[in-house]
Ligand binder design. Structure first.
Ligand code: AMP
Length: 261
């Protein structure tokens, strides 16, 4: 039994799939630097959905020097992907927690087809109703510029850009006054490897979700305000009414149907 099967079986037995019944799931897809983190933070604030970033979870493990963190360190430092079963187990444990009961936004997950299939299995267990995949589209030339200029609040993760969205006071978070830092993997060599990794492993998910009728495309070159307002509009449009939510079959069922299962 691999790590995922272990987590999967345990969670399915202990939590019979009632928690999530009305939960909404939003997946943010896009290359490194597309603005997934920024948009996920904004959307979480507006919607009350929980923001789940696998990058943040892994860095948290790294900071606390857990076994998972130690194992993940070389992958993160070199811009490669942490193995699927580790990431899937971590995500499955996180979304089983009670603060995800009203739904959540996945930022940086899934990143491979194996992770997407794993997530689909999890959705079936929990009978998740509403899934939207937002593909943030940006011109590749802007990615390196965005990421090398990115600064992050050490305390709460607020994201700044030295040119497009600088903090009022140099090196200090506008929101809580904490120090800003640069992520060690936001250096040019690692960024280029992360983009290569995206092209090879994550870009195929666009077709994967398009084939399931779940994909929405959002132009993400503009100001973050404009992008978040576009995301909000499209999610509002898809919001199931309470009546529909009670009467329609769970989305996992529809996904299965579209898969011919
Ligand atoms: P991010 O904060 O999303 O840019 O992720 C930072 C790094 O964490 C990535 O470059 C990967 O090394 C690792 N990572 C984050 N999410 C995943 C994932 N879903 N699968 C594998 N590795 C991941």
């Amino acid at each position: 039994m691999n790590g995922l099967d272990f987590h999967h079986q345990r969670s399915a037995q202990e939590r019979p799939g009632t928690l999530w019944y009305s939960a909404r799931l939003v997946i943010l897809l896009g290359p490194p630097g597309a603005g997934k983190g920024t948009q996920a933070q904004r959307l979480a604030q507006q919607s009350g959905l929980q923001h789940l970033s696998t990058g943040d979870m892994l860095r948290d493990n790294l900071r606390h020097a857990t076994e998972l963190g130690k194992m993940a360190t070389p992958f993160i430092n070199e811009g490669r992907l942490v193995p699927d079963d580790i990431v899937l187990g971590m995500v499955q444990d996180r979304i089983a927690q009670s603060d995800c009961v009203n739904g959540f936004i996945l930022d940086g997950f899934p990143r491979t087809l194996a992770q997407a299939r794993g997530l689909e299995r999890i959705c079936r267990v929990y009978k998740s109703k509403s899934i939207t995949v937002v593909n943030l589209v940006v011109h590749p030339d802007t990615l390196v510029r965005r990421l090398t200029n990115r600064r992050i609040c050490k305390l709460s993760g607020h994201i700044y850009h030295l040119i497009d969205h600088p903090p009022i006071q140099n090196g200090i978070c506008d929101v809580d006054g904490s120090e800003l830092m640069q992520r060690p993997d936001d250096n040019e060599d690692v960024i280029r490897e992360r983009i290569r990794t995206y092209e090879c492993h994550t870009r195929p998910l666009i077709d994967y979700y398009a084939a399931r009728g779940l994909l929405c495309r959002v132009e993400a070159m503009g100001h973050p305000d404009a992008v978040s307002s576009e995301i909000k509009t499209l999610l509002d449009r898809q919001e199931p009414t309470k009546q529909e939510a009670r009467s329609s079959p769970p989305l996992a069922t529809r996904v299965n149907e579209s898969l011919g299962k």
